[in-house]
Design a protein around this ligand. Sequence first.
Ligand code: DNO
Length: 392
Amino acid sequence: MKESFRWYGPQDAVPLSAIRQAGATTIVSALHDVPNGAVWSIDAIKIHQTLIQNAGLKWAVVESVPIHEDIKQRIGDYERYIENYKSTLKNLASCGIYTVCYNFMPVLDWTRTHLYKTLVDGSTALSFEIDALRAFDLYVVKRNRATEDYSSLQIEAAKRYYESLEEIEVKSLTKSIIAGLPGAEEGYTMEEFNQRIEAYSHLDQDTLRSHLIQFLAAIIPTAEACNVKLCIHPDDPPHSLFGIPRVVSTASDIEALFSAVPSLNNGLTFCTGSFGVRADNDLLEMFINHAERIHFLHFRSTQRDEKGNFFEANHLEGDVDMYAMVKAALQEEKRRKAIGRIDWEIPMRPDHGHQMLDDLNKTTNPGYSAIGRLRGLAELRGLALGISRSDL
Ligand code: DNO
């Protein structure tokens, strides 16, 4: 596996020099300053690429080229945005960057209710509390139709939760959910958020899926022509939020996507932490079924309960069987090598990490502090070495 680290650009509190010391060789990054939908120019790509190269590292994966909301809804300027997307892929390829991650989650990208849950060892983790989410939906956003989406018991629990909150906690919950986590590219005021949600009130799961498939049908020929491997990131968490449909959450979701557009350039970012939140997702089976089109790995574990709460566990703990996942990834690499695939080595990044040690006193992007991810990478690297030296 190509050991990688995400870097948010020159503004990132974790510099490239620290990433190099963590032992990563490749960088996962994006041009976060370019507005959604605009073309990434070759010049802008090269400037960013040079910063990375000057630090002795290589920009191997783009995470993400975001998909404009108009494409998801197929309204407004969506055709122009699709053309722009193709131009961005061509420009990236002409700079030697061939792996592009993206997601198709409407309105919100990855979502957590709490960014600093204190764990027993004193470190902090990102977490998702279902009562907090429902309380926010029912009593802060006050979404039309929210009450129709929940049972009376769920509403009661959400109400109790909301009533227990101090004003400052309501503010921080609001910020965690709608202000936009790092990499989400978009954050909203309450009014904007309400408008965005409303836009989806008449767009169901099947329609969103068909929009995704039409988008892929339009761009995959360009990706093939310039040798770009697109890899969709699963929904995080893998279910609908605020009544907005999500279509990349389950085994049957990804099956539908890849059978509709079978090209291997239509690939997957296998994020164990996102898929792993659902007990009905058999991660190993999903991995094996789609192994040939997994172009990027996010290794992370979550610890869930039966109510729908979860927090981010240490990389080798929690619900994900990381031994099985790393072994499957190494076996896939071996298989690719044997059939002569030049892309046999799959980029992998330790996804997120706990805020710990010295980082507890620093301001870093939630989930993206240096030491927690360094620990994750070190553990994954050791696991991979152990597996490849023993039972492959
Ligand atoms: C969070 C990330 C997401 C991911 C996008 C992919 O840490 O996994 O922001 O980058 O959803 O497009």
